[in-house]
Design a protein around this ligand. Sequence first.
Ligand code: SF4
Length: 221
Amino acid sequence: MAEVVPCPFMKKSPSVVYWLGNDLYLNITNRCSNNCYFCFRKFKDGIQGFNLKLRREPSPNEVIKKLQEVINRKNWSEVVFCGFGEPLERLDRVLEVTRWIKKYSGMIVRIDTNGQGCLLNKGRKVVRELKEAGVDKISVSLNAHEKETYNQVCKPTFENAFENVLGFIEKAGKEFDVEITVVTIPEVNIQKVRKIARKLGVGFRIREYIPCFWLKPVPIT
Ligand code: SF4
């Protein structure tokens, strides 16, 4: 199959669908209930030639239309909800697009999340709804070994975010292939996060921190 490379002109308009290696990514929102000091979107407007700064949030039909343009162009490994924001800010859109992906391609669907889906969607059975829609994997970025560090590093909007994220991981771990990821920042005790993952019976992955402080932050709209 033909290799898919980012279009050099794509940077001019925001990308809802983009790709890195063998994975297709969906950038459906720029909103997030955290404000991590290391968040890539504070320092860059995109990645690998793709502009991820949305002018507005795409409708499920728009996401699906963009997906249709590229989904058959390569033997992609998986479709990942991961962009310049927290996908579960738009739970219903995630569910709708996931159902379409599972129905028309059967591809593996992963959600990269801050784990605050239950706080963002109070009263909803978030884990069950994701399961029923067909989500296969969930990757939760934890980036702290305890509450104080979480609050310091991730600056969550919600007061009990850390405890809630742990609860989400525990619940999701019973239904999905779940991993905790942690960025290598000095505040975080990596070994303690690894222990949390082991205790909750989920996977664990370390992500390298790429400092961006020499770059001028760009405003998030
Ligand atoms: S959770 Fe992710 S998108 Fe949200 S502020 Fe942190 S790094 Fe950025």
